[in-house]
Write a new protein. Structure first.
Length: 221
């Protein structure tokens, strides 16, 4: 049976076609078999070469026969090299095809999953939802701005009016200072004695008053 017959068996006679994985495995087994055959032929070639050298001119016929066998082995080795190259190419092609098949299968699976995820989605509803989200975000921003804006307690006053009032107060204070500097000097009053002054006796005061009246009458007369 040929190499390809061993590889594919009876698949072409109505049997079940091998899967890419099975074919790849068969090709690897064939490569392993041919590699072993290569090693065997290389050993035979070396052995025939030793025989040819050993006989040389002593036994030309044996040496020539050894060289002829060596040539046949080399031819078989070259054929196996070509076969291995072909099998390697085919195996790599199958591996790539198998990889592409798996990739496409997974992509198809993902496409079905995506379709299933989107089947209940309406693009118009999605647009409405995004608009609602945008409006709510804008409202939240406005609320944040309003909360963070500083506000005063009570009424708001005009800053210009406050500055004018402050200037009036400063001018009034300046005028008062000028009046204190240029005003009349105040004379300090004498201190009240701490020891009380003794009062005159009432009787002696009456006598003095009588004497003064008598002198006044005499002066008039």
């Amino acid at each position: 049976m040929s190499v390809f017959g061993k590889l594919f068996g009876n698949a072409g006679k109505g049997g079940k076609s091998p899967s890419p994985q099975e074919a790849i495995q068969k090709l690897r087994e064939t490569e392993e078999m041919l590699t072993k055959k290569q090693e065997y032929l290389e050993q035979k070639i070396q052995a025939e070469l030793v025989t040819a050298k050993k006989n040389g001119t002593k036994n030309k016929r044996a040496a020539l026969q050894a060289l002829k066998r060596k040539k046949r082995y080399e031819k078989q080795l070259a054929q196996i090299d070509g076969t291995l190259s072909t099998i390697e190419f085919q195996r790599e092609a199958l591996e790539n095809a198998n990889t592409n098949t798996e990739v496409l299968k997974n992509m198809g699976f993902a496409a079905k999953a995506m379709k299933n995820a989107h089947q209940n989605m309406d693009i118009d509803k999605v647009d409405e939802l995004m608009q609602d989200i945008t409006e709510q975000q804008e409202l939240a921003q406005e609320i944040s701005d309003a909360i963070s804006k500083p506000v005063g307690f009570g009424e708001e006053f005009d800053e210009d009016e406050l500055l004018a009032e402050l200037e009036e107060l400063e001018q009034e204070e300046l005028d008062n200072n000028l009046l204190e500097i240029g005003g009349p000097e105040t004379v300090p009053l004498p201190n009240v004695p701490s020891v009380p002054v003794p009062a005159k006796p009432v009787k002696k005061r009456e006598e003095e008053d009588e004497d003064e009246m008598a002198e006044l009458k005499a002066w008039v007369m």
